[in-house]
Design a binder for this molecule. Structure first.
Ligand code: CA
Length: 248
């Protein structure tokens, strides 16, 4: 259809990658996305989808779970394990009967799911919601605040509060905490954190991550010897444990 129309005032439209083997559904999704100002990329299987995700750096992925060859769950797992795509928001398409898959998908780090058959309006609304959650500032979103348990992060003013008291953080500590808060309950290894928080072309030692995590813990944790929020997952890396924050 109109491949180049609908260019927003910002120039580039956010790209959404659609990994789905059924042509009719891909078409429906593409038309819905384009109607809402997105550009779409399409892949009919997992291999191509992973390649496009790495190369084209889309803003989000819509991933069908029932794919021939590599399953949607495997695609999700591989997206999460590659630093280049680890934080890419994923919206799963699931069959109504696939409850178990849905749970596994969310555990693997998918951000949300839509059950087939879905309405195009619901789908695009979900895409916008995960983009807002992941990037904060799509369009005219209101001021962004993270609040959970005793912790409050104001992303606009770079302020962090615990129990209402302001905590002073360095810029890097703030960025690290913000990253964790935006991607809770997922484990990231040092290489991924370097790539995603420090940036892809940073040449610092992985140990740097440990140093910053230690400092951050000293500032935000109640007892940094027994961290509850920024926890170490032995042999893997670090995870922001939102569940313990909520229960605090
Ligand atoms: Ca399918």
């Amino acid at each position: 259809m109109q491949a180049e129309s609908g260019q927003g005032p910002g120039g580039q439209r956010p790209k959404v990658l659609v990994i789905e083997d059924e042509r009719d559904i891909r078409e429906l999704v593409r038309v819905s996305l384009e109607g809402e100002g997105f550009a779409s990329l399409e892949a009919e299987d997992g291999e191509l989808g992973l390649a496009l995700a790495r190369r084209e750096r889309p803003a989000a992925v819509i991933l069908d779970l029932m794919l021939p060859g590599m399953s949607g769950l495997d695609v999700c797992r591989r997206l999460r394990s590659d630093p280049k795509t680890a934080s890419l928001p994923v919206l799963m398409l699931t069959a109504r009967s696939g409850e178990a898959d849905k749970v596994v998908g969310l555990e693997l780090g998918a951000d949300d799911y839509v059950t087939k058959p879905f309405s195009p309006r619901e789908l695009t609304a979900r895409v916008k919601a995960i983009l807002r959650r992941s990037y904060g500032k799509i369009g005219d979103s209101p001021r962004e605040i993270y609040e959970c348990g005793d912790l409050r992060i104001d992303f606009d003013t770079y302020e962090v509060y615990r129990d209402g008291e302001r905590i002073d953080l360095s810029l890097r500590e703030f960025e690290l905490l913000s990253f964790f808060a935006r991607h809770p309950n997922r484990v990231y290894d040092r290489g991924q954190l370097l790539e995603l928080v420090w940036g892809p072309d940073t040449y610092v030692e992985p140990r740097t991550v440990d140093v910053h995590v230690r400092r951050l813990r000293r500032r935000v944790e109640r007892n940094d010897a027994l961290p509850q929020w920024i926890v170490t997952v032995r042999g893997v890396g670090y995870m922001f444990d939102e569940r313990s924050l909520r229960g605090a």
